[in-house]
Every structure is written in structure tokens, then in C-alpha cells.
Design a protein around this ligand. Structure first.
Ligand SMILES: NC(=O)c1ccc[n+]([C@@H]2O[C@H](COP(=O)([O-])OP(=O)(O)OC[C@H]3O[C@@H](n4cnc5c(N)ncnc54)[C@H](OP(=O)(O)O)[C@@H]3O)[C@@H](O)[C@H]2O)c1
Length: 318
């Protein structure tokens, strides 16, 4: 087993252990060597820069569409508590949501109050309505649901009424009510309009769909973001889980070890976050074992340009 694989195991152990501790399970495994290894694993974490500020964030964030629409289901809420606790235990920071995701924001707010180590939370949500007044009211409602003083990132969801919301967000940023302004799309929608927005307005972030099976944004949007110093959040990193169906029953290539990848999930995530324009990917999950798998993608080697081509070729010829 390689050196990095060892540290990957440590980050998983640590994350799992802390999640178990949060649930009141005995912590007899918390020995000194374990804590030393844990420190080493944190040092290996891959961070990327938000171009407009220079702030560094980990390359794996946390999506909440569908998976966190769980209010009223106590058993699922307990499961999601462990998932979110594990994310923070693994030094995750960026959590993405939207008023569009049913009860997800209320669930985030409830769980943030119950778990530990959330001081570095990077809160990202969206405005998804028409009109200035409704936009302001919706953002305030979201803030109360999350229970945060202010959002780090407010994104205009699917470009909806962007002319109006952009002006509001500019003012909010000037007043210190948010730190960053973003705009989102997904499934390849509104790309031409988005190209114009990114080329002409000083957005801090853009969120779009990008994964190994859906690389449309490589042609125009990612280069524009790179040229204009706009951070990129990749949504639908697993094509809503479809990518796993394609690789079911297929072994990883042996050379995946060279980039410290030991699961298909890590293969897909490392492909995304190794693009020079991409700042982070935001996989969504309701399962702690998947969360742990995803968090391992933020340590070890990232593929270079040659390896990225090899990954695409391999995936296309499965
Ligand atoms: N327009 C927009 O702004 C927009 C649009 C789409 C998405 N988004 C954001 O992007 C986030 C991610 O996109 P998404 O939720 O559509 O899809 P996704 O992250 O591509 O896929 C989620 C699915 O993958 C499964 N999964 C996660 N980790 C796994 C692992 N390691 N191994 C196996 N299966 C795994 C999850 O199932 P389990 O629960 O069983 O793990 C879930 O069904 C959203 O949650 C949302 O925050 C934004």
C-alpha cells in the first residue's frame, strides 16, 4: 500500500471515529499514533484558491439537493447528522443548498446546531425567485433556516431574474451581508447567456455541471472562468449517480493507484477537481460510507493533463 493510501485510510478512520463519538460511541481507538497520522492526513489535503480573494478552500464540498430533503423523517435525520458531522470531521467547509431543495435548508440549520467543529463552515445557497423584494425576503428566510449570521456565497439559481438579483447582491456584498456573489446552472442549460454574464460581470463564483461523462463546459465556460478569475463549483459530479451504473462490476484500472484513487467515486471526483479552472466539486450523499469515500478524493495526487486524457479514454471504452 502506498504512503498516500495510508493517509487516506487515516482520514477515513478519523472521520468515522469522530462521527461515532458524536453519536456517543466509545473512543478507545483515539491513541497518540492515530492523532499523529491524523495531523499528517490533514496536511495532505488539496486546497484551491478563490481567485477574487485568494482564500483557499478544500476541493470537496457538500451538495444537499434531494438527499437533505428529510424534515419529518427522524431516522433519516439521524443518518444525515452523521454524514454532515463526518464532512466537518474530514475538514470539509463548503455546503451548498437552495430554497429549491424542499426542506434541505431547514435540515442543514437543525443539524448545524447539533454537530461540532462547524467553525469553518463556508455557507453557500441561492436566490431562486423573481423580483427584488421577493429575492431579499427569500434570502433572509434562508439565513434564518440555516441559523448563520450571513452567507459566505449567494448564487443566482439557474440565472433566474439575474438582472434584478445581481444588483441586490452587489449591494449586499458592499454592506458585508455576503462575502461572494455567484450564479448557477446545471444540465447544460443557459450556457450562451452564462458565457456573456461571466465575460462581462465580476462574479466571484460560477456553479455548473461538469463530470467525466458531461464535459461540454470545457470548451467555453471553464476557459472564461479561468481567464476572468471566477471560482468554479462543479455540480452533479456523479451525474446524479448515473456514473456508478456505468462502472458497476468493473474494476478500477491498476494505474488509478498513481493518483491515489481507490474507488470509482474518487476517480470521478479527482477527474473533475484536477481541471485547472475548477475550484471544488459538491457531491451529494445521504450515506456515511459514501461521504467517507468522497472525502478521500481531497488528499493525495491529482491527475495531470496526460493522466486526465487517459482517464477519459478509459471511461469511454469501458
Ligand atoms: N442548478 C443548480 O444550481 C444545481 C443543479 C444540480 C445540482 N446542484 C448542486 O450539486 C449537488 C450535487 O449534484 P446532485 O445531487 O444532483 O448529484 P450527484 O452529486 O452527482 O449525485 C448524487 C448521487 O450520488 C450518490 N453518491 C454520492 N456519493 C457516492 C459514492 N461515493 N458512491 C456511490 N454513490 C454515491 C448519492 O446516493 P447516496 O445518497 O446513496 O450516497 C446520490 O444519489 C446538489 O446536491 C446541489 O447542491 C445545483
Amino acid at each position: 500500500m502506498s504512503k498516500i493510501s495510508n493517509s487516506q485510510m487515516n482520514i477515513s478512520r478519523r472521520t468515522l471515529l469522530k462521527a461515532l463519538l458524536a453519536l456517543g460511541v466509545s473512543g478507545s481507538a483515539l491513541t497518540a499514533p492515530f492523532i499523529n497520522n491524523l495531523h499528517a492526513s490533514t496536511q495532505n489535503k488539496i486546497l484551491k484558491k478563490i481567485p477574487s480573494s485568494g482564500e483557499m478552500i478544500p476541493v470537496i464540498g457538500f451538495g444537499t439537493s434531494r438527499t437533505f430533503d428529510a424534515l419529518g423523517d427522524d431516522e433519516l435525520m439521524l443518518q444525515l447528522k452523521v454524514v454532515l458531522q463526518s464532512f466537518f470531521n474530514g475538514d470539509g467547509v463548503l455546503v451548498d443548498s437552495s430554497p429549491m431543495y424542499g426542506t434541505a435548508q431547514a435540515v442543514i440549520g437543525k443539524l448545524l446546531k447539533q454537530i461540532k467543529g462547524t467553525e469553518n463552515l463556508f455557507s453557500a445557497t441561492k436566490v431562486w425567485t423573481y423580483g427584488e423584494r421577493d429575492g431579499i425576503e427569500q434570502m433572509e428566510e434562508s439565513r434564518k433556516l440555516w441559523g448563520v449570521k450571513r452567507f459566505d456565497l449567494m448564487q443566482i439559481h439557474n440565472l433566474r431574474d439575474w438582472q434584478v438579483h445581481y444588483e441586490t447582491l452587489k449591494k449586499m456584498k458592499e454592506e458585508g451581508k455576503i462575502r461572494y456573489i455567484g450564479v448557477t446552472t446545471s444540465h447544460g442549460r443557459f450556457h450562451e447567456e452564462l458565457e456573456v454574464l461571466l465575460a462581462t460581470l465580476p462574479f466571484d463564483f460560477v456553479q455548473l455541471s461538469y463530470n467525466i461523462a458531461n464535459r461540454d463546459v470545457e470548451e467555453y465556460l471553464l476557459p472564461i472562468a479561468l481567464d476572468n478569475g471566477i471560482a468554479v463549483i462543479a455540480n452533479r459530479p456523479y451525474q446524479r449517480g448515473d456514473l456508478f451504473r456505468k462502472v458497476r462490476g468493473k474494476a478500477l484500472p491498476k494505474w488509478a493507484n498513481d493518483i491515489d484513487v481507490n474507488s470509482w467515486g474518487q476517480f470521478f471526483l479527482k477527474f473533475i477537481v484536477s481541471h485547472p479552472a475548477v475550484t471544488c466539486a459538491i457531491p451529494a450523499t445521504s450515506k456515511v460510507k459514501h461521504l467517507l469515500d468522497n472525502m478521500v478524493a481531497q488528499v493525495g495526487q491529482l491527475p495531470d493533463a496526460k493522466m486526465r486524457k487517459k482517464m477519459i479514454y478509459h471511461f469511454q471504452n469501458l
